[in-house]
Design a protein around this ligand. Structure first.
Ligand code: BES
Ligand code: MN
Ligand code: ZN
Length: 500
């Protein structure tokens, strides 16, 4: 969906047209350029702040018709809080709350991007711009009529006035590619399942070729040949054939071990023969949130020409109940050779991932693998929608992910693994079973995956609570959140890229 909000940078002094946006700290202090732009309106502004009990708290806003003395039509003050306490992710929020204030009448917007005590760092200005784009995204492709009260489409041109335009543009160029990746992931999650089935998903992932990504699509005969019996067992109940897509970005040195990302791509999860209840089943169109993240991440890394070799792999299936669907009691043979007893056909994500993880571990011998999956309802019981669950066999990778999570605001919380949990998925008839008891359901799911990573440093992110349907935030009002793109892009940028 093309962005209806365009964001760019201009030099001081800022033109004060349309909507004027300025920042102040928690002492209602403004920067020099802002004071210049406000001129005699500063006094009215002070009274408006008092009357509205606006105290400049972080991400709070004061919104009013522009007072006498400014040529703009509307003035929005965004609070920065205490400047010393501002973290990187706060700048995203400042952009987000600004975009949240815009409406169909806000066609021209000027933001005076400075701090009370001086210039705003280029990274911070870029983060504000990113926050604007993230918040402005909407998924309304299938709405042919606007209901009364639903706001009309935004068509805004937003300019951030900064001291150093070149530096801000340079900082925003890669950041904007990351935003594109997030929006791509959101789109895929939001799309309905009759439109976005495995073959169509693979086609969309193939468009990454335009950025120089190698994309290989494995069809059913190819997967049969590889022995991917676990993934194919899930796919066999649908008239839509499954696919595995391997995306490779060669931005590092030739022969350098790649990093790898693996996504669960269940385009729709009915539960199969162990069918789900009707309540909220429509949400299971988002059961490909892990795969969507991997595609968005590959986009971000390739578009900003990341200096690293990356493998992205996604297993795409539809989990349906029909005459050919697999049954509880079936035993399938995975690519690893391990046999799996199907206890519950609704525990399908781990079956898909088992074969894709194994394939990636063996074929690419990556430095590490991170998989993302909307894997269990149980992770939502444990962590709600604030943190994704993280399970890992590697402390260094876990710590790096935790740090990237805190920085980006896409947080992860480490959960336990261990032999006591692992034995809960030993099967009476096969090597392993695909479901344990109800208690500790997210952990036994992770234990299952671990049996298919073969000592590769690995982390599993259970994103059932964070990929879709989470409450709106300052930087997201869409059902699909695009969770994980910013987190993993940061992980790569901080630890695995050759320095320029
Ligand atoms: N896709 C679901 C998990 C899910 C549920 C994601 C709700 C997002 C929202 C997964 O395939 C599933 O059905 N898991 C089962 C596993 C159980 C049968 C062992 C679950 O969590 O109940
Ligand atoms: Mn399921
Ligand atoms: Zn599922």
């Amino acid at each position: 969906m093309p962005d209806a909000v365009k964001v760019g940078f201009v030099a001081f002094p800022a033109a004060t047209r349309g909507v004027l946006v300025v920042f102040c700290d928690d002492a209602l202090k403004y920067g020099a350029e802002t004071r210049k732009a406000l001129g005699t309106a500063a006094d009215t502004l002070k009274r408006a702040a008092a009357a509205n009990q606006f105290k400049g708290k972080s991400a709070s806003t004061l919104d009013m018709p522009a007072p006498e003395g400014i040529k703009a039509e509307r003035l929005i003050v965004v609070g920065l809080g205490k400047v010393a306490d501002i973290e990187e992710k706060d700048f995203l929020r400042f952009g987000g709350v600004t975009a949240g204030k815009l409406n169909a009448a806000s066609t021209v917007v000027t933001i005076i991007a400075e701090l009370p005590d001086g210039a705003m760092p280029a990274d911070a200005a870029a983060a504000i711009a990113s926050g604007i784009r993230l918040r402005a995204y909407r998924f309304d492709r299938y709405k042919t009529k606007k209901k009364e009260g639903e706001s009309e489409t935004l068509r805004a041109d937003v300019s951030l006035a900064v001291g150093d335009v070149a530096a801000a543009r340079k900082a925003f160029a890669p950041a904007s590619h990351v935003v594109d990746g997030v929006i791509m992931a959101r789109e895929l999650v939001n799309e309905p399942p009759n439109i976005l089935y495995p073959v169509e998903f693979a086609r969309r992932a193939s468009q990454l070729r335009k950025l120089g990504v190698d994309v290989e699509v494995l069809d059913v005969p190819a997967m049969k040949k590889l022995g991917m019996g676990a993934l194919l067992g899930v796919a066999q109940g649908s008239t839509q054939p499954g696919r595995t897509v391997i995306m490779r970005w060669h931005g590092g040195k030739k022969g350098d071990q790649p990093v790898a990302f693996v996504g669960k791509g269940v385009c729709f999860d009915t539960g199969g023969i162990s069918i789900k209840g009707a309540a909220s089943m429509e949400d299971m169109k988002g059961d490909m949130g892990g795969a969507a993240c991997v595609v968005g991440l590959m986009h971000a890394l390739a578009a900003r020409k990341a200096k690293v070799n990356v493998v992205g792999a996604i297993g795409l299936v539809e989990n349906m109940p029909d005459g050919n669907a697999q049954r509880p009691g079936d035993i399938v043979t995975s690519m690893s050779g391990q046999t799996i007893e199907i206890i519950n056909t609704d525990a399908e994500g781990r079956l898909v991932l088992a074969d894709v993880l194994w394939y990636v571990a063996k074929k690419f011998k990556p430095k590490f693998m991170v998989d993302l999956a909307t894997l269990t309802g149980a992770i939502m019981v444990a962590l709600g929608t604030e943190y994704a669950g993280m399970f890992s066999n590697n402390d260094e990778l876990s710590e790096r992910l935790s740090r990237a999570g805190n920085e980006t605001g896409e947080r992860v919380w480490r959960m336990p693994l261990g032999p006591e949990y692992d034995k809960l998925i030993d099967s009476k008839f096969a090597d392993v079973k695909n479901a344990g008891v109800r208690n500790g359901g997210s952990i036994t799911a992770a234990q299952f995956l671990q049996r298919f990573v073969d000592n590769t440093p690995w982390a599993h992110l259970d994103i059932a609570g964070t990929a879709m349907g989470a409450p709106n935030t300052d930087i997201n009002h869409s059902w699909g959140s695009g969770y994980g793109v910013r987190l993993l892009e940061r992980l790569v940028a901080e630890h695995y890229e050759a320095k320029k």
